[in-house]
Write a protein that binds this ligand. Structure first.
Ligand SMILES: NC(=O)c1ccc[n+]([C@@H]2O[C@H](COP(=O)([O-])OP(=O)(O)OC[C@H]3O[C@@H](n4cnc5c(N)ncnc54)[C@H](OP(=O)(O)O)[C@@H]3O)[C@@H](O)[C@H]2O)c1
Length: 330
């Protein structure tokens, strides 16, 4: 094993911002009981923000982004893991204040690590990544709140994005009638292949006007978009239905009223993947490897890129240009 390895480093010094591939030493890695040879990482919206000078994701520079990683344990002082184990580490402080997955090696606290479940390869785990994991959490929460296929259509917004794509696929495989909302007319075939029954434009969710209440259309919704489109979809959720919300691609403000909640008895379910308890995390990954694992994982790959290509591809997500998942091979 060489003394140095490659990583993508973002730095901001005196307002000078840089994103470049650097050689690091093992001593540069932060504390943690488990050293991992990273095989794959992924590109999430948060990673694109981390590589943007105004992204407000990185707490301390220099930093190594990459909120997701999958790899093989090189050495471990945590008795739960041993050399050769295949593992996944996502969220917590990874790629934010702790050097993340855009690195040939990563050192992690054992309490952040999930053993790779049987039925998933390291590559498949990173095709799923935080985006697919968040989609799975969203569907689980909707079902815990009594959503069943018999209740009616389920809306997925931002449907061609990472969270959206997996939500469409998981819901379809569980027998739901899925209505996918997208701003990308060119990607209707992709959404049909994932299992969408109907595809609508973003305008059909939010036409620029947020009324107090509208005709009910959906029994539930997975919404990684937020903002005004979310306020508008809430007015169209049917009686007793729920919206599982995880994202902010259309903004953080939620200009809604109490009316849909008190007239229609609807639920707004917040989804967080970052501090999701370990028990739920392990169970959800096990489900993603078994009963809710998509049949054709390669379908989700928008692009497989190398560390060297990352500085050029990271901005694409912020422009909403990607369908599915970009994965990184290290
Ligand atoms: N809560 C959590 O734990 C958690 C976990 C993962 C992600 N997230 C958040 O969820 C969001 C999605 O993440 P992702 O990784 O799926 O990102 P992504 O792959 O970039 O997908 C976002 C999708 O949103 C749609 N979109 C973009 N701008 C929009 C706008 N102005 N109005 C309406 N739709 C718009 C686009 O889909 P269409 O073109 O198909 O409409 C885009 O592909 C991000 O805000 C991310 O930070 C949160």
């Amino acid at each position: 094993m060489s003394d140095t390895f490659k990583a993508l480093v973002v730095n901001k010094q005196n307002e000078e911002f840089s994103v470049e591939i650097n050689e690091l030493n093992f001593g540069d890695l932060q504390e943690g009981e488990v050293l991992i040879r990273v095989h794959y990482s992924g590109v999430n919206y948060k990673d694109s923000l981390a590589a943007h000078p105004d992204g407000k994701i990185i707490r301390e520079y220099p930093a190594v982004p990459g909120i997701d990683l999958a790899g093989v344990v090189v050495s471990s002082d945590d008795p739960q893991f041993k050399e050769g184990d295949e593992v996944i580490a996502t969220s917590y402080e990874i790629g934010v204040s702790h050097f993340g997955g855009y690195s040939e090696y990563a050192r992690m606290p054992g309490k952040w690590i999930v053993p790779l479940p049987e039925g998933l390869s390291l590559k498949e785990a990173m095709i799923i990544g935080t985006a697919g994991f968040t989609a799975a959490l969203s569907v689980q929460r909707l079902e815990e709140n009594n959503l069943t296929p018999e209740n009616g259509k389920v809306l997925v917004t931002g449907a061609t994005g990472g969270v959206g794509s997996f939500a469409v696929s998981i819901l379809a495989s569980r027998g739901y009638q899925v209505e996918a909302s997208t701003g990308k007319e060119s990607e209707h075939d992709y959404l049909r292949r994932l299992g969408a029954d109907t595809i609508i434009s973003r305008d059909e969710v939010y036409d620029g006007e947020i009324k107090v209440i509208r005709k009910p259309k959906w029994a539930g919704a997975v919404d990684p978009v937020g903002g005004e489109p979310l306020a508008s979809l809430l007015t169209q959720i049917q009686y007793g239905g729920s919206a599982a919300i995880s994202g902010l691609t259309a903004g953080t403000e939620l200009p809604t009223s109490v009316i849909p909640f008190i007239l229609r008895n609807i639920n707004l379910l917040g989804i967080d993947s970052v501090n999701c308890p370990m028990e739920t995390r392990v169970k959800t990954w096990q489900r993603l490897a078994s009963d809710i694992k998509p049949a054709n994982m390669e379908e989700f790959i928008a692009e497989e890129v190398s560390l060297e290509q990352l500085p050029n591809v990271l901005p694409k997500l912020l422009k909403g240009q990607v369908s599915g998942r970009m994965i990184v091979k290290l």
